[in-house]
Design a protein around this ligand. Structure first.
Ligand code: GDP
Length: 424
């Protein structure tokens, strides 16, 4: 049982970062295998409160090796800033504890520009992009029009490759969007500036993982976002541009044959969603405002208010199934302590029919939630550390979630701090 993935079961922001921070002391290696710096994990530990964007959450543990796999969008500008910020707060980041895959593609500044231009073009039909260039980056990667990190070590090839990409990209920037073209010197200088900072960390991460497996080391796979944002299995097109599923972990990390033994699905005790798209169990008005405030539901990267909703059994069961969860980590249950009655969405209504299975994305726009209410516990549970000491109504709520997800709830998080956890 050496390898474990910690993944999101919902829309993201479930508290994966806090679970990785808690559990990574038991692992030798922590790998980020997909996504970019567009979302953020918030970690609160004895070193302070940190918002991580691209760096794996194992960066706070001195003996942990952190890997950014080939599947990530390597935003070298933001990564350089993130490394600098953490270093100034006393966190040691060296080529010994951070390794970047030579096969990770580099997110270039025009990817961010293109995100902006496309959202402008779409106007009120926009997807709600975080404008970090993620979608343009991945579409370029799949068109084979990006630079791999390892190319930074081949300067003449890199220069030629950049020139080719620039020529093609400018046609789109100018022709399609009517925006200002990039000069070659600008993009070359940008690349060389950040390359100098990032190069010492670049290596063959596949070889590291292969050796780790041979040496019986333990690897933790850290995902970004959640099932419902998975490119293939989420609420398309309101998804991210990568596979957020545990199954993609070994591919995006750099060593495809690796097996994942445990999948910890992180589930939030209520729902939140950032950006556009159908959100069946969404709450509105005063009820939403109170929950948002109680849970401090504002984006770690953007600060924007998250949409909030009741726990959604249909979406969460599907989320857990697609992740192949072997156990659930339930987070933020303490946030619900103020409620007399807790709303939960038990099924959907679609054209007069009750649905318990997750529908095709196009049908979701027309789904209505069937809401039931569970009794609240109305007391502070943030200091509880034993399951038996939780109020009966809180235990009932956990059993309900267990039943909804068809999976054992092993971890119950009752606060943001590393130690605010109940382990069953
Ligand atoms: P991630 O991207 O999945 O890691 O999630 P985020 O970091 O975006 O969101 C989780 C937020 O909730 C962070 O601010 C955490 O500090 C906080 N948090 C995590 N677990 C708990 C919990 O059990 N209770 C409370 N009150 N806050 C939590």
């Amino acid at each position: 049982m050496n390898n474990c993935a910690i993944v999101g079961v919902n829309w993201g922001d479930e508290g994966k970062g806090r679970m990785v921070d808690l559990l990574c002391r038991d692992y030798d290696i922590v790998v980020r295998y997909q996504g970019g710096g567009n979302a953020g994990h918030t970690v609160v530990n004895d070193k302070g409160k940190f918002a991580l964007h691209l760096l794996p959450s194992g960066i706070f543990h001195e003996n942990t090796i952190n890997i950014l796999g080939n599947g990530v969008a390597l935003d070298i500008e933001n990564l350089a800033r993130e490394i600098e910020e953490l270093r100034t707060r006393g966190i040691s980041i060296t080529p010994d504890n951070l390794k970047i895959s030579e096969r990770a593609s580099i997110l270039l500044p025009w990817h961010r520009d293109l995100d902006e231009y496309e959202e402008l073009r779409l106007a009120d039909r926009k997807y709600g992009s975080t404008k970090q260039g993620i979608a343009p980056f991945y579409s370029d990667k799949y068109q084979k029009k990006t630079i791999m990190a390892g190319e930074l070590f081949y300067p003449s090839l890199l220069e030629e490759h950049l020139q080719e990409l620039l020529e093609w990209k400018n046609l789109i920037i100018k022709g399609l969007y009517g925006q200002k073209e990039w000069e070659f010197a600008e993009i070359r200088d940008w690349v060389s500036k950040y390359a100098e900072i990032i190069k010492p960390f670049i290596t063959d991460t596949g070889a590291i993982l292969q050796k780790a497996e041979k040496d019986n080391k333990k690897v933790l796979f850290e995902a970004q976002l959640g099932t419902l944002r998975d490119l293939d299995f989420g609420i398309y097109p309101y998804t991210t541009s990568t596979n957020t599923l545990s199954a993609y972990g070994p591919v995006g990390a750099g060593y495809p044959p690796m097996k994942i033994d445990r999948v910890i699905g992180v589930v939030k005790a209520y729902s939140t969603c950032v950006g556009e798209g159908p959100f069946v169990s969404e709450l509105t008005g005063e009820e939403a405002a109170r929950l948002r405030e109680a849970g401090q539901e504002y984006g770690a990267k953007t600060g924007r208010a998250r949409r909030v909703g009741a726990f959604d059994s249909v979406a969460t069961r599907y989320g857990a199934l697609m992740q192949g969860t072997t156990e659930i980590a339930l987070t933020k249950i303490d946030v619900l302590s103020y409620l007399d009655k807790i709303p939960v969405c038990v099924k959907y209504l679609y054209q007069g029919k009750e649905l318990t299975d997750f529908p095709f994305p196009a049908a979701m726009e027309k789904c209505e939630p069937v809401i039931e209410y569970m009794d609240g516990w109305k007391c502070d549970i943030s200091a509880v550390r034993n399951y038996e000491e939780l109020p009966e109504m809180a235990r009932k709520y956990i059993s309900f979630i267990e039943e909804a997800c068809k999976c054992h709830v092993k971890y119950i998080s009752v606060g943001p701090h590393r130690d605010a956890i109940i382990i069953r």
